[in-house]
Design a protein around this ligand. Structure first.
Ligand SMILES: [Zn+2]
Length: 124
């Protein structure tokens, strides 16, 4: 289901999104995030749906929250003016930092579902 503010992606942002770590992830006892909607614990290997955005002033993509596949929205929630919003599905994976001996969660095998260009939506 799509509405007028979303459209399928042809040139995808998945290359920059792939491997992006999730700021909301907890590192212990094992790296995980929780579904924003149902609080299910999601670990490496779990399929997820997540909105992501990039403010046009910066080149940094942000994945503010993560949903399990069951709760994932089907369109970009609340398109933001001045930002590129995308909705992606993917799989969680663990990346390890050998220097600091820490593990973080990132998203792999991304697939965009919908995108909202920066010219649409309401003011942030
Ligand atoms: Zn959920």
């Amino acid at each position: 289901m799509r509405n007028a503010t979303t459209q399928l992606v042809r040139a995808t942002p998945t290359q920059v999104l792939r491997g992006l770590t999730l700021p909301s992830a907890q590192s212990s006892p094992t790296p995980h995030v929780r579904c924003t909607a149902c609080d299910t614990q999601l670990r490496a290997g779990a399929p997820i749906t997540a909105p992501a955005y990039r403010l046009t002033q910066t080149r940094e993509w942000v994945i503010p929250r993560v949903y399990c596949r069951r709760c994932g929205p089907e369109t970009c929630p609340q398109p933001t003016r001045g930002a590129v919003d995308v909705l992606v599905t993917g799989t969680l994976a663990t990346i390890s930092d050998a220097t600091t001996q820490t593990h973080a969660l990132c998203v792999t095998t991304l697939e965009p579902i919908a995108v909202s260009p920066p010219t649409e939506g309401s003011a942030p």
